[in-house]
Design a binder for this molecule. Structure first.
Ligand code: GLP
Length: 242
């Protein structure tokens, strides 16, 4: 299902509606939410914070799993995804902080940490709703071009273009970690429902490939074509090549 919306604010409402329905359906047991970092989901998080404050939307019994984390950044680091999700979303709603889980970027054995993270996701019963952004090269989480469509949570190397895209958050491109722990494409596809959001012309090619391209590791987001319940929310600029 593809929604082309006027702007990020309109997109945020569509994404927040999907979250609201998932939370309501989960009722008292709470939902398992898959959360993403990056700038794209932030307007949706802001809308969810507003609904929590004004409409009483509750995350009280829900749990959340992040998609990825930079290798080498401690949880408190300014640019760690652990910190990002708290600052931009979870600390502003009523989810238990201990229920917001991300891969440990400082684990002594990152390979073992990746496998254990994948297990923890499964033990939680899987993700009810996964929110995704998309990289300009078609990556989702940190599954760069060439990632196996069946990949699991693992240690990945970042593409040069991703390091450049993400360098805006760091003092320089040299400060961007070159490795990350990332849920795999196969892991992400196990979420029961997925909502992907993108804005701006820089995402237009990746969005066109995601929706219309042949399924290929060359554009990792094309793996989503194999999932039965994906909602894509894009503005006109990101939809320009559809
Ligand atoms: C990072 C994250 C992705 C995110 C992408 C796009 O590399 N690992 O999960 O989708 O950036 O970021 P943005 O939304 O800021 O364009």
């Amino acid at each position: 299902e593809i929604h082309i919306v006027a702007d990020a604010e309109a997109g945020a409402k569509v994404v927040a509606d999907v979250f609201t329905r998932t939370l309501q359906a989960a009722g008292d047991t709470g939902a398992v939410l898959g959360l993403a970092t990056g700038s794209s989901p932030v307007p949706a998080y802001e809308e969810l914070i507003r609904r929590h404050r004004e409409d009483g939307l509750s995350f009280a019994r829900s749990r959340a799993f992040l998609l990825d984390e930079y290798v080498g950044l401690p949880a408190g680091h300014e640019q760690s995804y652990h910190r990002f999700i708290r600052e931009n979303f979870t600390s502003h709603v009523d989810i238990d902080d201990a229920a917001v889980v991300s891969p440990d970027g400082t684990a002594v054995d990152p390979v073992a940490e990746a496998a254990s993270y994948d297990r923890r996701l499964q033990e939680a019963g899987g993700v009810d709703l996964q929110i995704l952004g998309i990289g300009s090269n078609g990556h989702i989480a940190f599954n760069e071009p060439g990632s196996s469509l069946a990949s699991r949570t693992r240690v990945v190397g970042l593409a040069r273009s991703t390091i450049e895209d993400n360098s805006r958050y760091f003092a320089s491109a040299e400060d961007v970690p070159v490795r990350a722990l990332s849920q795999g494409l196969g892991t992400i596809l196990e979420a029961r429902r997925i909502v992907l959001t993108a804005t701006g012309a820089g995402k237009a090619e990746a969005v066109a490939q995601l929706a219309e391209g042949p399924i290929s590791a060359r554009w990792p987001a094309t793996a989503l074509q194999m999932h039965p319940d994906v909602t894509v929310v894009v503005d006109e600029a990101a939809a320009a090549r559809l």
